[in-house]
Write a protein that binds this ligand. Structure first.
Ligand SMILES: Nc1ncnc2c1ncn2[C@@H]1O[C@H](COP(=O)(O)OP(=O)(O)OP(=O)(O)O)[C@@H](O)[C@H]1O
Ligand code: NI
Length: 352
């Protein structure tokens, strides 16, 4: 349903040549008393080998559901459907949503590792850090001695003093130290993919910035693919090669970071950027966007953003826009994406 007769033919998200993870029609539903709650709705996205992809969206947009779904770790009684294909550097491709519990347990640490949202409090308070690393290595049948050598190196990579950290109880470390130790722990079994859900949310600005630069260095050194999930758009632009914008449990736009900043094509992304007066400014200065995010039991028909969108027409309320290619490296789900950068000034529209 697009109105650009002379534009190049548009295509739904193509499978990229070197995707390490391919998600197709990825959805999560909860059956609740007041109806079916669709908290992730038909995501199609490829995550390329060795890239850092940022996933942004406001609170409740489905970011954590996406993170959990990637590891088939959505909490009961949530039901995850669609497909996730994981392609290791060597060996056969793996259908993530079709693994047995044992296979999943292995996949989760050894191939696709996750730093969960709020995980700082998940350390066992009675166990020194060394114990956390040893337990993880033993649970997966890894050699503890060489595993601890790797631990020392990882902690050093993260600018921590390995002896001091490993000999400490969790409460003896600062938030920034604990978060870095958690990242080291998630890498100790040498995964290919690291998924991080709000890994810097509890930290001060300086520590956030320092973790961002440490992650870039880790990606290079260990050939990692990273999925960085955050509500902090300015922060993630410092790190990510590409950014996916989630709105109401769906992807509104996926683009290379530069291109997204230069020419956002979705009115919601535009509003998010406009609510950030200066991309260098801290989160506290971001302005909220008018209106409220949809309820997962009651997402409006048509485009999920139409009720808040200054460009919306009757069509937007009736017909859901498909993901279209705005360029080779830029996908967007909006009937009017071609008008977004050129014809309107959303600065005034959004703040009216
Ligand atoms: N256990 C659950 N059962 C049912 N619904 C849930 C459950 N956990 C979360 N939800 C709902 O799923 C939707 C998406 O939540 P999700 O945690 O993915 O949001 P988020 O983008 O990570 O938000 P935040 O930035 O606050 O972490 C929300 O509407 C939330 O209320
Ligand atoms: Ni979350």
């Amino acid at each position: 349903m697009s109105r650009h007769a002379d534009a190049a033919p548009t295509a739904k998200t193509q499978t990229r040549s070197d995707a390490i993870l391919t998600c197709r029609d990825l959805s999560v539903e909860f059956t609740m008393d007041r109806g079916t709650s669709t908290v992730l709705n038909g995501l199609d996205i490829d995550i390329e080998r060795n890239e850092i992809i940022g996933i942004v969206g406001e609170s409740g947009s489905g970011k954590s559901m996406f993170a959990s779904a990637l590891l088939d770790a959505v909490v009961e009684p949530g039901v995850t459907t669609g497909t996730i294909t994981y392609r290791p550097a060597e060996g056969r491709e793996i259908d993530v949503l079709d693994r047995s519990d044992d296979q999943l347990q292995q996949l989760r640490w050894e191939d696709i590792s996750m730093v969960f949202q709020g995980a700082l409090s998940s350390f066992n308070p009675t166990l020194k850090l060394r114990g956390h690393f040893v337990e993880t290595l033993e649970a997966h049948g890894y050699d503890v001695e060489s595993g601890m050598e790797r631990t020392h190196e990882l902690l050093s990579d993260l600018y921590l003093d390995p002896g001091r950290v490993l000999g400490s109880y969790p409460h003896e470390l600062s938030g920034g130290m604990k978060q870095r130790a958690l990242i080291a722990l998630s890498l100790v079994l040498e995964p290919d993919v690291l998924v991080m859900d709000e890994p810097t949310a509890a930290l001060d600005l300086l520590m956030q910035r320092s973790i961002i630069s440490l992650l870039s260095a880790l990606r290079e050194k260990y050939d990692l693919t990273m999925v960085f999930i955050t509500h902090d758009l300015p922060l993630v632009t410092k790190l990510a090669d590409r950014i996916g914008v989630l709105y109401a449990f769906e992807l509104a736009e996926v683009s290379g970071t530069e291109e997204l900043l230069r020419s956002p094509r979705h009115p919601y992304t535009r509003a998010l950027l406009n609510s950030t007066p200066d991309i260098e400014s801290p989160l506290a200065e971001m302005q909220p966007i008018e209106g409220s995010a949809p309820d997962p039991v009651d997402v409006p028909p048509g485009c999920p953003y139409h009720e808040r969108c200054p460009l919306a027409t009757a069509d937007c309320a009736a017909v859901k826009p498909a993901m279209e290619a705005a360029s080779e490296t830029h996908d967007v789900a909006c009937h009017y994406w071609e008008r977004v950068p050129d014809e309107i000034d959303l600065t005034t529209e959004v703040s009216r």
